[in-house]
Design a protein around this ligand. Structure first.
Ligand code: AHM
Ligand code: MG
Length: 327
């Protein structure tokens, strides 16, 4: 069985000069996610469920576990020696880390799927790694505003019925399952490929009335009867992006978080949620777009920027975008 660390070592040539930095940062991310996984598994016994009593910069209430996970990641990355800055969904501003070998930046959503934390439903961590723009100048917010196509690596950890890390460094997508006896992640899902088509659509259909007409019409399309295309499709929505994406990646499907009247730019964040997932989607043969633009080509204008998201099996995303274009 190959551990994630050993797997990364085999990718040495591929990652080239960034190999050492990415390896060290990934070791820290693994360490942190193992601690979080253990806490999540015992959350009800540790008095760490429920509201923390604070709100983040986006006005969303923070759960105790959101804050704990954020602190654990920051601590692990700060001591990695290779990370010079962090942008987290849970922090108003970027964190600058003073480290000797620090050339790498991490964008992260330490615990995604907040509404599921307290009810024992799958949640996740999402992260991506970039290199800072100039080796010789101090980190600024501009370093974090790179397009998603500049990501060196990205991944997510799913705290589901098992804990899994799915990872890409631009050379395909591989999945690793956490073995609690050995306290490490091992390669369990090599070369993950997104099916081109599927029969699952995932979105918060309760917001139907708030969706643009094109999205409403795509939903009607998903619900129509048509033998050839296996419609009607199944609606599956957990409300944790990591879990919904992970299921669709394996079974074939589309996840949509469209603009709504309440959230005209969508709800999900470009840096912490959409870019890493888009990198993984594309590397597995899938597709990730806003209603009209490839996610990885967007030039961010601010760290907490939100965008709409159509992601998953390439043919399903194409079909949904046809509807959005048409109406
Ligand atoms: P969070 O980062 O506050 O947890 O919000 C992101 C989550 C995603 O995991 C999920 O896809 C989405 O919010 C669900 O939103 P909604 O409850 O509006 O359907
Ligand atoms: Mg989140």
């Amino acid at each position: 069985m190959k551990s994630l660390h050993h797997f990364l070592q085999d990718n040495k040539t591929y990652l080239n000069t960034n190999f050492e930095g990415v390896l060290h940062i990934m070791d820290s991310i693994q360490k942190a996610s193992i601690i979080i996984s253990k806490k999540v598994r015992k959350a009800g016994l540790l008095n760490i469920t429920g509201e923390a009593g604070a709100t983040n910069v986006q006005g969303e209430s923070q759960k105790k576990l959101d804050i704990i996970a954020n602190d654990i990641f920051i601590e692990a990355l700060t001591t990695s020696g290779y990370c010079c800055g962090i942008a987290s969904e849970e922090n108003d501003d970027i964190l600058i880390i003073d480290s000797k070998n620090g050339q790498y930046l991490v964008c992260m959503d330490p615990l995604d799927g907040s509404s599921n934390i307290d009810v024992n439903v799958s949640i996740g961590t999402i992260f991506s790694i970039y290199k800072k723009l100039d080796e010789n100048t101090p980190v600024t917010v501009d370093d974090f505003l790179q397009k998603g196509n500049k990501q060196l690596a990205a991944g997510y950890v799913l705290y589901g019925s098992s804990t899994m890390m799915v990872f890409t460094s631009g050379n395909g997508v591989n999945g690793f399952t956490y073995d609690s006896d050995k306290n490490d992640f091992y390669l369990s899902n090599p070369n993950m490929n997104s099916p081109k088509n599927g029969t699952i659509y995932s979105l918060n259909q309760g917001n139907f009335i708030e969706f643009p007409i094109g999205v409403q019409n795509y939903i009607h399309y998903c619900q129509e009867k048509d033998k050839e295309s296996n419609r009607p499709y199944s609606l599956r929505y957990i409300g944790s992006l990591v879990a919904d994406f992970h299921r669709n990646l394996q079974k074939g499907g589309i996840f949509i978080y469209p603009p709504t009247a309440k959230t005209p730019n969508g709800k999900l964040r470009l840096l912490y949620e959409c870019n890493p997932m888009a990198f993984i989607a594309e590397q597995s043969g899938g597709k990730a777009f806003t209603h009209n633009q490839r996610i990885l080509d967007i030039k961010p204008t601010e760290i907490h920027q939100r965008v709409s998201l159509f992601i998953g099996s390439s043919e399903m995303v194409n079909k949904a975008l046809d509807f959005v274009k048409e109406y």
